[in-house]
Structure formats: structure tokens, C-alpha cells
Design a protein around this ligand. Sequence first.
Ligand SMILES: Cc1cc2nc3c(=O)[nH]c(=O)nc-3n(C[C@H](O)[C@H](O)[C@H](O)COP(=O)(O)OP(=O)(O)OC[C@H]3O[C@@H](n4cnc5c(N)ncnc54)[C@H](O)[C@@H]3O)c2cc1C
Length: 433
Amino acid sequence: MADFSIDPNFQEQLDWIREFVKAEIEPLDLAFAGEDMVYNKASAFYEEAIRPLQQIVKDRGLWSCHLTPEYGGQGYGQVQLAYMNEILGRSQFGPTVFGSQAPDSGNAEIIAHYGTPEQKAKYLEPLLDGRISSCYSMTEPQGGADPGVFKCSAVRDGDEWVIDGEKWFASSLRYATFLIVMVITDPDVVVHKGASMFLLPADSPGIEVVRNVGVGQEAEGHGGHAYVRYNSVRVPAENLLGGEGQAFAIAQTRLGGGRLHHAMRTVGAVSRCLDMLCERALSRTTQGELLARKQATQEKIADSFIELLQFKLQVLHAAWVVDQKGGHAARKEIAAVKAATPKVYREAVLRTMQLHGALGVSNEMPLANMLMASVTMGIADGPTEVHKFTVAREVLKEYAPAEGDWPSEHLPERRAAARAEFADLLERSVSDH
Ligand SMILES: Cc1cc2nc3c(=O)[nH]c(=O)nc-3n(C[C@H](O)[C@H](O)[C@H](O)COP(=O)(O)OP(=O)(O)OC[C@H]3O[C@@H](n4cnc5c(N)ncnc54)[C@H](O)[C@@H]3O)c2cc1C
């Protein structure tokens, strides 16, 4: 039976995290807004404001809790991480201070899993220690959801591979020390067997950032997502991550946990929306009464609360399945959570925006940014439609076609079978009347 209980020691840690995020991290969100700040580890801000907080987290034994102790983490199960990420999801800098910032967290996971000892020493250790940033470069301009259209390729040349092609939306490349690049290494087989991953130093000659792309209302040229061209970029053969042709298996290791962790943080963002909604309902008066007295407002509050509760339980359940059976066996649950995330988030933001009127859509509330974040949740790490396809495929595996021409729930057939079973009793009951 699923168990989401929290033991008292862990509850103490959660209480501490909640207070720490509120007192120490949320002020940073307000004073130093901007996605760039999270990744620029060479900045004075990072050195003076972030590192001391990271040290407190390390001393408290809460650094990179998603990793095993071998890699300096705590080896927390997913249910524990769900409770923790819910709190961190309320703050922009929370994951950075706790050593679980994407894409570094996912990149660290795959190097830990597939890297050679040399690769781990060179790339993983400084990454885990929060000294450098990394980038994950898979999506291409002509398509992200369908790897079948990927063209960026690498050709072997002696002890090196030579990469040519374009990639799109490579987040935080601007600040990365290295990239994990997925490229076609064998064009003669299906892409799922012919793609490989390389650890590529970001200062390799031939990497050309065409432009950095922003999201929503970020100024043109100032975004954090690179459109990048690889012009005959040479990478040593020893930088191959895992085996040749293994890129998709590696990507699954990375994306499964990442998707779930996004959802866990979204639980925190959605509960922040509910907090804003309720506070507004109890603060604003219209037509002589509080908004909270209006039935339409009560419906918004009830819907937001119900959906938050359902979503939180769904996330906890998926986390529990991963803990019990592993990520591969939890594909259906993870895909279902990924498909639910943008919808629950978007609806919660829209209700809260609506109740705040002009203030809600203004740049004086966090809601417009949250709305954009909810929309990107339905695209990044694969579009919702693709995850729904996975859910449906996995659900259908548990079913079989009806045996005859009629559905197995067809009443006349079932009734005839039941009547045949009770024929004797039915006959006696009729003669009793
Ligand atoms: C904020 C953000 C950060 C990102 N960071 C990274 C990163 O660091 N590295 C990286 O490699 N990529 C990154 N991406 C890219 C992301 O992975 C892709 O955007 C995603 O895989 C979708 O690819 P696409 O944008 O090319 O859309 P497409 O593949 O063109 O899909 C567009 C739309 O078509 C529809 N569609 C697509 N396939 C199907 C289908 N099978 N059935 C039905 N409808 C379908 C859906 O409506 C979908 O939204 C990021 C994206 C965002 C928004």
C-alpha cells in the first residue's frame, strides 16, 4: 500500500528548509531576479550570496539530496524529494542553493551513471560541487519532439569525432563549462540506435552561438536558450558518454527524474497561487462585501484547492512507484504527471490572476511569469501530447480486445449468462409470486 508518511526527523528537516527558504532565499529572488543569475557561477553575486548559503545547506546534510552518498548526496527516495522540492519550488534560487538545479542535476545524474572514472573526475566532481555549470544540447531547429528528424552528426576521425550541425534551445550554454551533446553517429540505423552523447568542453573551437533566445517578454538577444551551430567541432573519442548508439537510453535516465522533479516543484508553485488567491479573497471588498463572500470566488478557491490536492497526491504516488519499482517501471505514472503539470499550473495561475484584476496581469505580481512558466512546462522535456501518447500506450497494455462482437459490458449478454447461472432460483422465485 502506498505510504506517504513523513518521519519526525525528516519533518524537522522540512520545517528547517521552509524557514530557510523564506528567510534567506526568497529575498534573493526579489533582489536579484533573472534566470541568468542562477547559472553564472563566476559572478560576484554567486560568490558572495549563493555560496555561503550552499555551505549552510551542505553542513546541514541537505546538499544534492537526489544523488547517492557516493556522489555527495543523501540518496533520498522520490517521496522524500517530493516533499522537499515542493518547498524549493516556491523560490527561483531554491534549487541552486540546495544543489538540484536543472539542467546540472540531470547532467550530473547521467555522468554518475554512465561516465568513466576520468570523465567523473573532470566533469562530475566540479559540477556536483557547484563550481561549474553545464548545458544539455539535444533539440534541433527542425524538431524536438521527433528525434527522427535530428541531423546534427559526428564522424569518427582517428582519436576524435567531428561534430557538424545545429541545435536549438540549449539552456544556459552561455555559462556552461561543458555541454552534453546528442548527435547521430550511425545514420544507417534508426535514430534510437544510431545516436550517441559526448561531453564537449564549451570552449571547443567551432562552437558558434547564433543567438541566445528568450522566453516570453525577455528582450531579444537576452534569453538563456542558445541556438547553436557546431562547425566541425572536434571532440576526443574518450569524451563519448556511455557506449556508441546509447544516447536514447541515457536520455531516458536523465529525463524521467527531471520530469518528476519539475512536477514536484510545480506543486510548490501551485500552492503559492492558492495562497495568493485566498489572501486576495479575504482582502478585497467589492459591492460592500469581501470577494471571499462571492460564490464565484468560492468556486475558484475550491477548484484550486481540489486540483492542488489531486496533483500533489498524483506526484507523490508517481514518486512512490519509482521508489518501489524504479523509473522504468514508472513510465506511465511519470508521463501522466508530466501531462498533468502544465494544466494544473496554468489553471491555478489564471484563477489567481483573474481575482487580482489589473494587478494580476501587471508586472508587479509574479503571476505573468508563472503563466509563461506553466506554458513552457507543456513543451520543455517533450510536449504534453507525446506524454499523453505514452500514458495511453501503457494503459492499453493492460487491456485486451472483447472476445466476441459485443463489448464485455454488453448487458443483454451478461444478463443472459447470469440468468443461466441462477435459472433454478429464478424459476422458484417466479413460482413463489
Ligand atoms: C524553457 C525551455 C527550455 C528548454 N531547454 C532545453 C535544453 O536545455 N536542451 C534541449 O535540448 N532542449 C531544450 N528545450 C527544447 C524542448 O525539449 C523542445 O522544445 C521540445 O522537445 C519540443 O520540441 P519543439 O519545440 O521542436 O516542438 P515540436 O517538436 O515541433 O512540437 C511542437 C508541437 O507540435 C505538437 N506535436 C509534436 N509532436 C506531436 C505528436 N507526436 N502528437 C501530437 N502532437 C505533437 C505539440 O503540440 C507540440 O507542442 C527547451 C524548451 C523550453 C521551452
